[in-house]
Design a protein around this ligand. Structure first.
Ligand code: ADP
Ligand code: MG
Length: 394
């Protein structure tokens, strides 16, 4: 499947759903995070980029005040009155929504837009996607950003990209009940061709930084381990709690306010596990800053060691890697990758490897062979380039 295939599927699904004329088609990408993991909810720095894989939302207006969402991933469309959204959401933390979970993403976006004051008539939304789901490539932000872009235009809400990213996060946090940061939505909303988004998660200031992989003859390989991170909510919450505890023990608002020089003191005032969680966040923030500087001064070929150090920190200090991700990283590096790390929230999902374009086959073969030798399920391996963010397509 390709983004063009998803577009065709969304239009077909809409035609099945509604006799009304198509009002428009919007799409938004998934993302990989080049570096900066779990730093977003610590008000730190991240450097994600949007990928070519997209979620597409095709829309038709209705002449009542109801919203209906359908996805090629789900058997049944879900329909509610717009005013009913306010009773459906927010869900109490951990409670399952009174709609199928997938529908809480687009309906949660409609709810969050209404909470922000947007009003508009009823709408049918048909959704299709070629973003791998649950692979750590943020199919969730893609569906949120595509829906938010569509409804923003259809309802004339006039929100800018950053505001729409916040709407998507609010939907995910409060309607779905997943305690995620703002990185994914910002990457999906703000992505640019051949650039990564350097995001300060405290101020939400974002800057496009040229990655230059194409000019340098490099590629980013994505290795989807197919280890599902669906049950990782517990681990994610635990890591967040450790970070909050660490910040409190250091007397700061968030770990953003701690730097590497403070680590010696941190080690004295907290238990070993909390300290290692804190050390990951503090050093990871520094690695993001170093990566941005290195990209600007020396280009993408020079960032490999930073990616490798990031992976080691996630594996040893933050403890969010799994053996399949470690195998992906180690086998890619052994086959000549310039750098590699797991990407996304961890506990499964995907790893990325920065490789020479002409090494794609060799690295792919090496990773597959290593997975087979370990008895792991066959990974899906593909390349990505930094791509455009959310947009209206039609
Ligand atoms: P990731 O963002 O890494 O892909 P998440 O668990 O955060 O994984 O989000 C995946 C969930 O988002 C899916 O289980 C589903 O509920 C929802 N979702 C994503 N894309 C779609 C889609 N095209 N159609 C319906 N639901 C989707
Ligand atoms: Mg997600």
């Amino acid at each position: 499947m390709t983004a063009a295939g998803a577009r065709a599927d969304a239009m077909t699904l809409l035609a099945d759903l509604s006799d009304a004329p198509r009002e428009g088609v919007w799409s938004a990408p998934g993302r990989v995070n080049l570096i900066g993991e779990h730093t977003d909810y610590n008000e730190g720095f991240v450097l994600p980029f949007a990928i070519p894989h997209r979620t597409v939302a095709a829309a038709a207006r209705r002449d009542d005040d109801r919203i209906r969402v359908a996805s090629t991933f789900a058997p049944e469309p879900v329909e509610v009155a717009l005013a009913e959204l306010d009773e459906l959401f927010p869900t109490a933390t951990g409670a399952s929504p009174r709609v199928p979970e997938w529908a809480a993403y687009p309906l949660g976006v409609a709810w969050a837009l209404r909470q922000a004051g947007a009003r508009g008539s009823g709408v049918d939304l048909a959704i299709a996607s070629d973003v791998p789901v649950g692979a750590g490539l943020s199919s969730s932000a893609a569906i949120e950003s595509a829906t938010a872009s569509a409804l923003n235009d259809l309802w004339g809400a006039g929100l800018d990209r950053t505001a729409l990213a916040r709407i998507g996060r609010r939907a995910e946090n409060e309607a779905v009940g997943a305690p995620t940061g703002i990185m994914d939505q910002m990457a999906s909303m703000l992505g640019e061709t051949d650039a990564a988004i350097f995001l300060d998660c405290r101020s939400l200031e974002a800057e496009a930084v040229a990655v230059g992989v194409i000019d340098a003859g490099l590629e980013v390989l994505v290795i989807d381990t197919h280890v599902s991170h669906a049950h990782s909510t517990g681990g994610y919450r635990e890591r967040r709690a450790s970070c909050e505890k660490g910040a409190e023990l250091l007397g700061v608002l968030s770990l953003r306010d701690v730097d590497t020089a403070d680590l010696a003191r941190a080690e004295r005032v907290m238990d070993d596990v909390t300290f290692r969680r804190v050390r990951h966040i503090v050093t990871e923030n520094q690695r993001v800053l170093d990566t941005v500087r290195t990209l600007r001064e020396h280009g993408p070929r020079a960032i490999g060691d930073l990616l490798v150090a990031s992976h080691a920190s996630m594996r040893d200090d933050f403890e969010i890697s799994v053996p399949e991700l470690d195998t992906a990283v180690e086998s890619a590096l052994a086959a000549g990758a310039l750098g590699a790390r797991m990407t996304g929230g961890g506990f499964g999902g995907a790893a990325i490897a920065l490789i020479e374009r002409d090494a794609e086959q060799a690295v792919t073969d090496a990773v597959r062979a290593a997975f087979a030798a370990s008895g792991y399920a066959e990974p899906t391996v593909f390349t990505v380039v930094p791509s455009a963010g959310a947009q209206r397509d039609d």
